[in-house]
Ligand binder design. Structure first.
Ligand code: CA
Length: 221
């Protein structure tokens, strides 16, 4: 069972899809406008958004970008346009999947299940002895729960989501401290995080600083 935000301006289609998804055990909230959808995802946490591209107030691509600006909730595009270029563009812009109208309720249900499963898996990260549950905002090392501040948790899960990759400092700063231009903030948080992970910069286990480039989180050797 999932909470679904359905964005569809056609009242007949909206009612039919709501009925079908409710029948599949989901809790569905339906809105007709992109602007209402934006307000909804800002105020409530949905498990998935089903977004019609042909809305009267905003272009679907703009609606998607604005939703992505406030939440990582999976978005499934429902489009009448059987236009491969457009679909590829939207998948690149952050859509998680798409359906071309008309679709059956079974097809929509199956796509939603797949998207929800992927979202759930990506919320549980295991790297060596480090376990992170993004939904519950908990992290543990070798079975011992870490007591992390909000920002320490954000930093750890941000790096963990891209484990093995050197994440550029500028990218970390832009995502976690968008209003800061001072990258000492990052160093200070990294050193706090290291202490809680039980390691030192000189002898890293999980957190490896690549001088002048960025930070990489890996399983200890
Ligand atoms: Ca429409």
């Amino acid at each position: 069972m999932a909470s679904v935000l359905l964005v569809e301006d056609d009242p007949v289609v909206r009612a039919a899809v709501m009925r079908a998804l409710t029948g599949q055990g989901h809790i569905v909230h339906g809105v007709a406008l992109a602007i209402e959808a934006l307000r909804e995802v800002t105020v409530h946490e949905y498990d998935v958004v089903v977004l019609d591209l042909g809305l009267p107030d905003l272009d679907g691509g703009d609606a998607l970008r604005m939703i992505r600006g406030v939440t990582n909730t999976p978005v499934v595009i429902a489009t009448a346009r059987d236009d491969e270029g457009e679909i590829v563009r939207l998948l690149n812009a952050g859509a998680d999947d798409y359906l071309v109208k008309p679709f059956s309720s079974e097809h929509l249900g199956a796509r939603l299940q797949a998207v929800l499963r992927r979202a759930r898996d990506s919320k549980q990260l295991v790297i060596g002895g480090l376990e992170i549950d993004v939904t519950l905002r908990r992290a543990a090392v070798d079975g011992t729960e870490l007591s992390l501040t909000h920002k320490e948790f954000e930093l750890l899960s941000f790096l963990a989501a891209r484990q093995g990759e050197v994440v550029p400092r500028a990218e970390i700063l832009a995502s976690l401290w968008p209003s800061h231009r001072d990258d000492q903030t990052l160093d200070v948080h990294l050193s706090w995080l290291r202490r809680k992970l039980g390691e030192r910069a000189a002898q890293p286990r999980y957190l490896h600083t690549v001088r002048g480039v960025g930070v990489r989180l890996v399983a200890p050797q």
